[in-house]
Design a protein around this ligand. Structure first.
Ligand SMILES: O=C(CO)[C@H](O)[C@H](O)COP(=O)(O)O
Length: 220
């Protein structure tokens, strides 16, 4: 059976509903997360509300009549559901293609379980073919870029883009990320870096992956 990438995204979004407990849920950003929000709308009576990882997600939740809750009011959540740009079988991810990586990492940190929803094109053996997004304080842009070159990367400023936090994104090309936990830690040490798009120290707990044969569940 042939299935488009969008159909696979929709299928995993639907499957993720089974992981939604009563209470407050954390919601990610991007096209797959958008499909998930659309599914969440069908069961909104079962939840108290959602914490959004971006302005765009908050707007979509509200449009569906789902209550948006401030993270500081929400406390610890059971589940965070989000997409990824790349994921390994060890559940390490690159995120931030949509530029929402900082709020995504914060909301994910407040959840006991990270449910990653992807289509099969996102599964990789080694992270780094997708340029690694790094959110940077604007005045530190050139300094951070020079440090990234020293690490072997080729940083490119995401032109015309400002994050929800008022910062810029450097997309780092050419990295072959063999040790995602070590690189995530190292990138966090560069002054001016707000957040890097490696989600490895706290990776996904479950990955629902859409394939033409159906949704597969990967765990650590
Ligand atoms: O990290 C993200 C946004 O910052 C997204 O999860 C990631 O870019 C995947 O997006 P999509 O579901 O549209 O393929």
């Amino acid at each position: 059976m042939s299935m488009s990438q969008d159909e696979m995204k929709q299928a995993v979004a639907r499957a993720a509903i089974e992981h939604v407990p009563a209470g407050i849920i954390g919601v990610g950003t991007g096209s797959t997360a958008n499909y998930f929000i659309d599914e969440l709308a069908h069961i909104k009576g079962r939840i108290d509300g959602a914490v959004a990882s971006s302005v765009a997600t908050a707007e979509r939740l509200k449009k569906h009549g789902i209550r948006v809750i401030d993270l500081n009011e929400a406390g610890e959540m059971e589940v965070y559901v989000d997409g990824a740009d790349e994921i390994t079988r060890h559940m390490a991810m690159i995120k931030g293609g949509g530029g929402a990586l900082t709020r995504e990492k914060i909301v994910a940190a407040c959840a006991k379980k990270f449910v990653c929803i992807v289509d099969q094109t996102k599964l990789v053996d080694v992270l780094g073919k997708f340029p690694l997004p790094i959110e940077v304080i604007p005045m530190a842009r050139s300094y951070v870029a020079r440090q990234l070159v020293k690490l072997g990367g080729n940083p490119v400023l995401r032109a015309g883009f400002t994050t929800d936090n008022g910062n810029v994104i450097l997309d780092v090309h050419g990295l072959n990320i063999l040790d995602p936990v070590a690189l995530e830690t190292e990138l966090n040490q560069i002054v001016g870096v707000v957040t890097n798009g490696l989600f490895a120290r706290r990776g996904a707990d479950v990955c629902l992956m859409g394939t033409p044969e159906g949704v597969q569940t990967l765990t650590r």
